[in-house]
Design a protein around this ligand. Structure first.
Ligand code: FAD
Length: 519
């Protein structure tokens, strides 16, 4: 039976709670190729690399993960801000598809302990007076008072038309801007559409494909293309329940990584501060090189950026040119620790601001898990995209000014400020760009992460790519079952037990019997 891993914040034993504190091994042979031939080497210990490593190690392979930084988790981490008692995530996060999405598929099959997710609640839009539910059904659109009635009716009609012609829209890759251009919407409505585009794809409405808004908004099932489904899709707009499938993990987003590491078998090993600089194929295996050591494996799963893969491995020119076209966005997140919880932020959910200044997405995370802030305080994160060329300090100032005018109660109540600048996904879904697939042109070199699959976003997208990897792996495994058993027994002798320590230190209060993910 599976166990819950509940909040790691209280009680917080030494060494648990920050993903960087997991024991890792450093056993490479300097300047030489390691004598161990791993079944799989995974490049990168972000969520996609770790999910791949967990699944492949549980399938019986010896797996080595090489991570270039000192930290495990990539963009999926939770850490304390300098002994303040505030625990922030790497960006504001809500996890999608918690009823039947790809992360759930992987958790069900490979996790021994799963995070406890709190239902996300509603998305809201704030104006100077109040917050209102974000419109994602017909009823909501009609009630949504931030947009003029006439424009709301046109928008509803456009949404239905787009839902009915998804195949065509995917083929032509029309942008949101081009799709709505002829209707001469007001500046206000265009700002709203731009904010939604950034929110769902990471780029402006001029670069966001219309199909992305429709699938990202949960109006069409992105895995379903059959005709009869189109009809039911139209009905979905009346009862869009996608947001009910979203949640936030107690203990913060890094708790998903905790659970992966705690579910890891002996044959999965993680090494940090190991930047992979070269991947070479020699005969049937690979040599994976870091600045000091080399490791050998029969299969490589690369989870860093596609465009960088062409720099470390010999990829066909066509593949490299296509990968280089992938666009990336830069995000800024401002975490604010508040001296006392504010009435205006007394909700579970997220809010979007688009009316003036910098459009942002905010989430009061301590409302989901009070232990993320010191007792009696509140923690809220504000994430937005920023132009690459913009000065970070200047943009932070603009963002804070916008927040102060949108939520004046915040002024004079801030006791902790923490800024993060990150690239949220390795690839933004943008017009004219195709992501490479998980299977690369190089035999046994695979590629996962947020630029390997165009479905959904963030962690769900990363999980989709891992599910694809496993489909390919399983179809091959059937053909080569005999060989696999041999390498497994060789492997068992070679590995240490890096995670045993952590399991022993987990207090009983942190694990519970699993009773469904969202609660
Ligand atoms: C502000 C913000 C908000 C977000 N909101 C959400 C949300 O609400 N919902 C959601 O699902 N997702 C969200 N995300 C996105 C989500 O966090 C990421 O998409 C996901 O964590 C990416 O995982 P990944 O493994 O694909 O990539 P990464 O996390 O980027 O991991 C890649 C890893 O590879 C390592 N690496 C790179 N090069 C090398 C090399 N040469 N050798 C060895 N290691 C290497 C990196 O150091 C890194 O650890 C958000 C992200 C941000 C920043």
């Amino acid at each position: 039976m599976k166990k819950y891993h509940e909040t790691p914040i209280q009680p917080r034993p030494k060494g648990v709670g920050s993903v960087s504190s997991y024991p890792t091994e450093n056993s490479a042979t300097k300047g030489q190729v390691s004598t161990v031939v791993y079944d799989v080497i995974v490049v990168g210990a972000g969520i996609s690399g770790l999910l791949s490593a967990l699944a492949l190690s549980k399938e019986g392979n010896s797996v080595l993960v090489l991570e270039k930084t000192k930290l495990i988790g990539g963009n999926c981490r939770t850490y304390e801000v300098e002994d303040t008692g505030y625990f922030v995530d790497s960006g504001v996060h809500a996890i999608t598809g918690l009823k039947k999405g790809p992360l759930v598929t992987l958790m069900d099959k490979y996790f021994s302990i799963v995070p406890k997710f709190v239902p996300h609640g509603h998305y809201y839009v704030r104006d100077e007076q109040s917050i209102k539910k974000f419109p994602n059904t017909f009823q909501d659109i009609i009630r949504f008072s931030f947009i003029q009635r006439k424009e709301k009716l046109i928008l509803s009609k456009l949404v239905i038309e787009a839902m009915a012609s998804m195949r065509q829209l995917k083929k032509t890759d029309v942008s949101v801007y081009d799709y709505v251009q002829k209707y001469a919407f007001s500046e206000h409505t265009l700002r709203f559409l731009d904010a939604v585009s950034y929110f769902l794809s990471g780029v402006s409405m001029k670069e966001t494909p219309v199909w992305r808004i429709i699938t990202g908004g949960g109006l069409v099932d992105e895995n379903e293309h059959r005709l009869h489904k189109k009809i039911t899709n139209i009905a979905r707009i009346a009862i869009n329940s996608t947001y009910e499938e979203q949640g936030y993990p107690r203990g913060g987003i890094g708790n998903i990584v905790h659970c992966i590491l705690q579910s890891a078998p002996k044959n999965m090993r993680v090494q940090t501060s190991k930047e992979v600089i070269k991947i070479r194929r020699t005969g049937k295996s690979f040599v994976v090189q870091t600045s000091k050591e080399s490791y050998a494996s029969s299969m490589v799963v690369y989870s860093a950026e596609a465009k960088k893969l062409a720099e470390v491995a010999d990829m066909p020119a066509k593949w490299a040119v296509s990968a280089k076209k992938i666009r990336q966005s830069k995000s800024i997140t401002l975490w604010l620790g508040l001296k006392k919880p504010l009435k205006v932020l007394n909700y579970k959910g997220s809010e979007v601001w688009f009316r003036s200044g910098v459009s942002y997405w905010a989430m009061p995370v301590s409302n989901y898990d009070p232990y993320l802030a010191p007792k009696g305080k509140q923690l809220i994160g504000f994430s937005t995209f920023m132009p690459y060329e913009e000065d970070a300090a200047a943009y932070e100032k603009k963002l804070l000014e916008t927040i102060s005018s949108a939520i004046p109660e915040i002024k004079g109540n801030i006791e902790m400020k923490h800024v993060q600048i990150m690239v949220p996904e390795k690839g933004a879904v943008s017009v004219g760009v195709k992501f490479p697939s998980v299977k690369t042109p190089v035999k046994n070199l695979y590629f996962v992460g947020t630029d390997a699959d165009m479905r959904s976003m963030g962690i769900t997208r990363a999980s989709y790519s891992v599910v694809e990897l496993l489909k390919i792996y399983n179809s091959k495994k059937t053909k080569t079952r005999k060989t696999k058993n041999t390498s497994q027994s060789r492997y068992q002798r070679e590995f240490l037990q890096p995670l045993k320590d952590i399991r022993q230190r987990l207090p009983a209060s942190m694990v519970r019997v699993r009773q469904g993910l969202l609660r």
